[in-house]
Write a protein that binds this ligand. Structure first.
Ligand code: NAD
Length: 557
């Protein structure tokens, strides 16, 4: 355990008691206190309702964002967010990553009662968003609109039947209980780049360090995972890294068996899984033994699927060796095999106990495979991290040539971004993990219509991202320069942004088979800016068709 977060943020609707409870928590813990709304009022020298009236909500939110940004580096602090705090996506994720976030909840009726009391006591405290004839209806409407934001939290306290001091006790109890599990991501100081927490108690580290495959045995022995290991690898990777992994495991006293299959997507089948099951049966494999996947995404997905299902789940460790597997496939526990009817049709969410990323392994990866992996890392930046995009733009030559420390830095950052999403929405039910699908709706359509033979996955995603940003532009969500900026970056990494010659009607059919449909509608992941993803289910078919036609004609904006 490294450092415990000495930072608590309280969020929730007006009238849930945030300010009073926040002050009490800060008194009990002896920490600093900052109420963002009060700070804003101080800066403007007027109350919130006057700021809204005289300067407008946009100005209010601008100052709010500034104050929250300034609070991030502080420690031993209790921060109260305004009921309607409109954080950017990256601020919200950063908040969850750096603060212990507690949402205070209350029924609309309770909230109305408390707001009435506080308005009677202090007429200046009238909330600008809650004016009108039917305030209860207003509360219900506005609260429902914000509820998804309040759901992004580590702990929720229902305050309806509790006094402020009881709520305070509960916040502090939760901090003691959960706080120690929430380590600050130490991205640069240790080889633990980040971690993934899942379920109520599970968590695992993602280690990134040059040469760490040679220490795999030690790492596993330290974790006391098992004294029997099963390395699963493909015939390209095994001679280079699989054998090395086997030697370090044996050296650490872990008896190790190896299963090697032909490299490539064609091996990711139930038949191959069946062959591995039979091999494991022959070796009398047990649930507490460990499966170690050494290879690209195909190895990780197949070995993970076997680990998830054999004897109802074995220990599992991922050693990704391709860029795509390092920054994407090995993080988040999606494991699967393909059916003739579709990719990744049979699978599970099955988290490994450890992910070990050795950037030196990338030296032997083909140029095209490297570039397609960078596509996934760029995707994480486009979705969540404008600064990472600037790093890609400045360092593309070194990144493509795998030169310098910048490679490890970018891999770590990209992994951390995905890990944050998985921590918040392990099973893709809270509307967070779907964001990682940026570029995938059209990307998957292109892959399936070309029989997975013409484009590598990351290349298809690159074309899909180019389409998604154009759709965003045509819907008036982004300026033209955002489209151009993304296109230029992808081109620098030798990634395609068009797919000339494909059949337009067939591609539209394949796009409509997207697995992420809901109520018959495709949920498009689009951008409202770099670093600001938006999910839209209302994209008109004519716009999709227009953009697909442009991809096929190779036409730029
Ligand atoms: P891959 O595993 O087929 O690897 C690509 C090629 O590179 C293979 O020939 C492999 O043998 C070779 N290779 C890998 N590492 C190497 C190295 N260090 N040196 C030399 N050669 C090396 O494919 P991939 O691009 O790594 O991953 C794609 C797969 O991952 C797809 O099946 C996709 O569905 C899956 N995927 C899964 C997730 C997930 O969340 N589970 C996410 C993205 C992709």
């Amino acid at each position: 355990m490294k450092s415990i977060k000495h930072k608590i943020a309280l969020t929730g609707f007006s009238g849930t008691g945030k300010s009073e409870v926040g002050r009490l928590v800060s008194n009990v813990l002896g920490w600093d206190f900052i109420d963002v709304d009060t700070e804003i009022e101080k800066r403007f020298g007027m109350i919130a309702s006057s700021i809204f009236e005289e300067c407008g909500e946009a100005k209010f939110r601008e100052v709010e964002a500034e104050i929250i940004d300034q609070a991030f580096p502080k420690t031993e602090i209790v921060m109260i967010l305004g009921g309607g705090a409109s954080l950017t996506q990256s601020q919200r994720m950063r908040l969850l990553d750096e603060f212990f976030v507690v949402t205070l909840e209350g029924l609309p009726e309770t909230i109305l009662k408390r707001i009435n009391i506080s308005t009677r006591l202090n007429p200046d405290s009238e909330r600008p968003l809650l004016k009108g004839d039917d305030i209860l209806a207003n509360i219900e409407r506005v609260k429902a609109k914000r509820q998804d934001k309040y759901a992004l939290t580590h702990w929720t306290v229902n305050t309806d039947y509790l006094s402020a001091s009881e709520v305070t006790d509960e916040v502090i109890r939760a901090w003691h209980l959960i706080g120690p599990q929430l380590r600050v991501a130490e991205e640069t100081r240790s080889d633990v780049a980040t971690f993934v927490s899942h379920g109520s108690t599970g968590r695992y580290d993602i280690r990134v360090a040059p040469g760490c495959i040679s220490k795999l045995g030690e790492l596993l022995a330290d974790m006391n995972l098992s004294d029997v290991g099963y390395i699963i690898s493909d015939d390209t990777v095994f001679p280079i890294y699989g054998r090395q992994a086997q030697e370090t495991l044996e050296h650490a006293g872990i008896k190790t068996h190896c299963f090697v299959f032909p490299s490539g997507e064609k091996s990711k089948t139930l038949d191959m899984a069946h062959s591995i099951y039979q091999w494991l049966v022959g070796l009398k494999a047990e649930r507490n033994h460990v499966v170690v996947a050494v290879g690209g995404g195909v190895v990780g997905d197949l070995a993970g699927f076997v680990a998830a299902t054999f004897v109802r789940g074995m220990n599992f460790v991922q050693v990704p060796t391709s860029m795509a597997a390092m920054v994407d496939a090995s993080i988040g526990g999606k494991v699967a095999v393909n059916l003739p009817e579709g990719k990744n049709m049979v699978g599970a969410f099955y988290q490994p106990q450890l992910v070990v990323v050795d950037p030196l392994a990338l030296k032997t990866l083909g140029k095209r495979e490297l570039a397609e992996g960078w596509a996934e890392a760029i995707k994480h930046g486009l979705l969540f991290d404008k600064e990472l995009i600037a790093v890609f733009e400045e360092n593309w030559k070194d990144l493509m040539a795998l030169k310098g420390d910048i490679v490890e830095h970018v891999i770590r950052r990209s992994i951390a971004l995905k890990a944050i999403v998985v921590r918040q929405d392990e099973r893709e039910v809270f509307g967070k993990r779907i964001l990682l699908n940026y570029g995938h709706t059209i990307g998957h359509g292109i892959e399936s219509m070309t029989g997975y033979g013409s484009f590598l996955h990351g290349e298809a995603v690159s074309i899909g991202m180019s389409a998604a940003v154009k759709i965003s532009y045509k819907l008036g969500m982004v300026e033209r320069d955002v489209v151009k900026r993304q296109e230029n970056l992808l081109k620098k990494f030798d990634l395609p942004i068009n797919c000339p010659g494909l059949d337009i009607e067939q591609l539209l059919v394949n796009i409509n088979l997207d697995k992420k449909r809901m109520d018959g509608k495709i949920r498009w992941v689009l951008l409202s800016d770099i670093g600001k993803p938006v999910v839209r289910a209302d994209v008109p078919a004519c716009i999709v068709k227009e953009v697909v036609r442009e991809l096929i004609m190779g036409k730029s904006l």
